[in-house]
Design a protein around this ligand. Sequence first.
Ligand code: F6P
Length: 372
Amino acid sequence: SKRVGILTAGGDSPGLNAAIRGFGKAAIGYHGMELIGFRDGVTGLVENRTIDLGGSALSGILTVGGTILGTSRDKVHKFPTDEGPVDMVPRVVENYEKNNLDALVMLGGGGTAKNAMRLVKAGLNVIHLPKTIDNDIAETDTSFGFATAMEIATEAIDRVHSTAHSHHRIILTEIMGHRAGWLTLGAGVAGGADIILIPEIPYTVESVAETIRRRTEQGSTFSVVAVAEGARDAEDTADYEAARLLVKNSKDPDARAAARKHLKHVEDNQREHTFKLARELEASTGLEARVTILGYVQRGGSPSAADRELATRIGSAAADLVAEGVSGVMVAARGQGTAPVPLEDVAGRVKLVPTDHDWVAAARKVGTGFGD
Ligand code: F6P
């Protein structure tokens, strides 16, 4: 019978344990395989820290948030050591063989797809399962974690409406998504936010203030603004994009280093941008503004029914692919089913919100402002 390893890597997300259970029960119970878990993402793979997932290890985890295996954000080819980053692909190949594995299943986001592709190139059989609350993984309709985070963020937006209309305030809720605006857009629409600011649509403070002033004229004495972590005003966006292009394309190492330093500076400024926006809106509208950062609450707790179903389906489909000896693919969610997508088509690509996307168009038509 086949022996399979499984790990979870990158940010935690609701549904990870449901996916581990879905894969494990199908692999062990239906396909008669053996399953071991690696702890803490790529770190456990490099350090060969394993846990046997047979017996009752998978019982009772469907509804549990986070990941029973632990996770990390380490990269396999630039693994942090006291002497600096080291390419640990050879060590991983060694541990894969030491554990007599026939395949490795890696749950994670775009970065994990890159790690998976490197291991496939080193000759290992690897399947990637898409995971993130950002829903920013290319080629997959939706990733488990997104539906639950959208529930949590929507409930938060519902709840901050109370203080907004009671105190006649602007309430800005910062929602996760440092590169892609899916979660902020989804929760913003579902929660009826008056303004939704996402990375894909650079905003101007003036346009946001104008929407708020218009609401005041129409008799609404408050506004709720859903702000993505990665939302940026127009100048910062131009600045950020220019630096990103320089880092990506410049041949001159000094220029690249300077651009990278500038990028980090812009990203560090990023962290405060919601508070900065609040102060600017207070100044230009005369209304009090308050900020609520939703943070890690969005990734916590038991997964929603939708995420449990999707995670189970993705995990089970992955067990079939391992049984067939398929390698080098991500199990993408497509409509009500799943489809294997070559890792080359996914690795490292971020699925951004098209600025003319249906969700955006529909929100604009119901009067939502996007600060542009
Ligand atoms: O990638 C998912 C995510 O939750 C992002 O939305 C967020 O910006 C990031 O992870 C936070 O990273 P960390 O958990 O490492 O602080």
